[in-house]
Design a binder for this molecule. Structure first.
Ligand SMILES: [Zn+2]
Ligand SMILES: [Zn+2]
Ligand SMILES: [Zn+2]
Ligand SMILES: [Zn+2]
Length: 401
């Protein structure tokens, strides 16, 4: 699914098979599938003619140039599986204080850290690791210096890289203005005929801006059902079309249209992540007129704000001084009118419990909502305080004396 969004194809070996979409059903052309199958049936390799697979040096994902990250690179992908297990083994077998970066070094047998080939294969079994929908690990042979693959298969994987890069490059181009977008399909937007590529300005020009057309309307109403969300630009990211109406589960009101990615972020990612890292999240939640009137947020955000408060303020003591590290906060449960949390500091092996009452959490929510309004007012285009209070932005509460 990720690849379909990114480039709209299914890559079998070195053949890209185009996916078509019609009335939200995805299909392939049978002739394409047959052609790909024939190429595979004709594929021959000589198991005696092998080349050595050099494991590339470890690279931190965050250090990579965004252009490089996720590039089709089969050697890099096989290596990333190995490094993953090498680190896992290192961390499992050593206490905190003895952990270092040695698992990143290529050691005996061309494997990273202390990982052996047998351990790697055992850990990989059942995970069906594939590249271009083929299984490289099943074709590997070994010598003391490192892993080997049949030459014909390595050549096939080289062509897989090339084919994949070509379709990714094509899918990055805005279909209206031909500008080039990011590698990972951020400009891809669903349409009745499958994903298309539109840059943010072209999306803005194509889709209508949402200005509260359904504010105060219940999600389960005839009006919502008869109004299409997909004519609007997603108001949260303002980058792509919004296929769905988002609504407040607690109070039932429509909050506005959202694109798939913003909607997933609201519904599926941890609530504290959505509030902290997604720009405009608070104001979007307050598009629900029930929450807006009470200056509150849905229940799941109460626990999230309590958690964020603890992360910001709670520290354990080391010899009567406050630890400088932010604690990890987990195990949230609601019990007898209080949220219970378990806090821990990885650096000092410390654990301690903490509770936040429902009333305290509601106060944190109120503060958060007020702050969101204050920030929005100060960022507003009309900064004069008088104009702002005489004529508040639509839907926003007036200042109470
Ligand atoms: Zn464009
Ligand atoms: Zn969005
Ligand atoms: Zn609500
Ligand atoms: Zn600590």
């Amino acid at each position: 699914m990720v690849r379909l969004r990114q480039h709209g194809h299914f890559v079998l070996g070195d053949i890209a098979v185009r996916c078509y979409e019609y009335r939200s059903k995805r299909t392939y052309d049978e002739r394409d599938i047959r052609r790909a199958a024939q190429v595979f049936a004709d594929f021959r390799l000589d198991p005696g003619d092998v080349i050595e697979v050099q494991v590339p040096p470890y690279r931190e994902r965050d250090d990579q140039d965004p252009e490089e990250r996720g590039r089709a690179d089969w050697r890099e992908r096989v290596a990333s599986w190995m490094y993953w297990h090498a680190r896992d083994k290192h961390q499992l077998e050593r206490p905190h204080e003895e952990r270092d970066d040695n698992w990143q070094r290529i050691g005996v047998g061309g494997m990273p850290g202390e990982l052996t080939w047998e351990e790697f294969i055992a850990a990989s079994s059942g995970s069906r690791r594939s590249i271009g929908n083929t299984r490289p690990l099943e074709l590997v042979t070994r010598s003391d210096s490192g892993p080997f693959l049949p030459r014909a298969y390595a050549d096939l994987l080289d062509r897989w890289e090339q084919v994949t890069e070509e379709i990714v490059a094509k899918a990055r181009i805005c279909s209206r203005c031909r500008a080039q977008g990011p590698r990972w399909g951020a400009w891809r937007t669903p349409s009745p005929l499958g994903y298309i590529t539109l840059c943010p300005p072209c999306s803005g020009a194509t889709f209508q801006r949402y200005t509260g057309h359904l504010r105060g309307v219940l999600y389960e109403s005839a009006r919502t059902r008869s109004t299409r969300a997909d004519g609007y630009l997603c108001p949260m990211c303002a980058e792509t079309r919004a296929p769905v109406w988002d609504h407040c589960y607690d109070r039932g009101y429509v909050r506005g249209p959202l694109c798939g990615s913003c909607n997933t972020c609201e519904g599926k990612s941890p609530a504290h992540y959505f509030l902290r890292d997604k720009e405009g999240s608070a104001l979007h939640l307050l598009e629900c007129c029930g929450c807006l009137e009470r200056r509150t947020l849905p229940a799941r955000y109460h626990a999230a704000l309590a958690r964020m408060h603890l992360e910001a303020t709670e520290r354990h003591l080391i010899r009567s001084r406050r630890c400088r590290r932010e604690p990890r906060v987990e195990n949230i449960e609601l019990d007898h009118g209080a949220y219970r949390f378990e806090l821990s500091c990885w650096w000092h092996d410390a654990r301690w419990p903490k509770t936040v009452t429902v009333v305290e959490a509601a106060m944190l929510v109120r503060e958060f909502v007020d702050q969101a309004f204050a920030d929005a007012q100060s960022n507003a285009v009309v900064p004069a305080p008088r104009a702002a209070s005489d004529n508040p932005s639509p839907g926003w509460p007036r200042e109470t004396p």
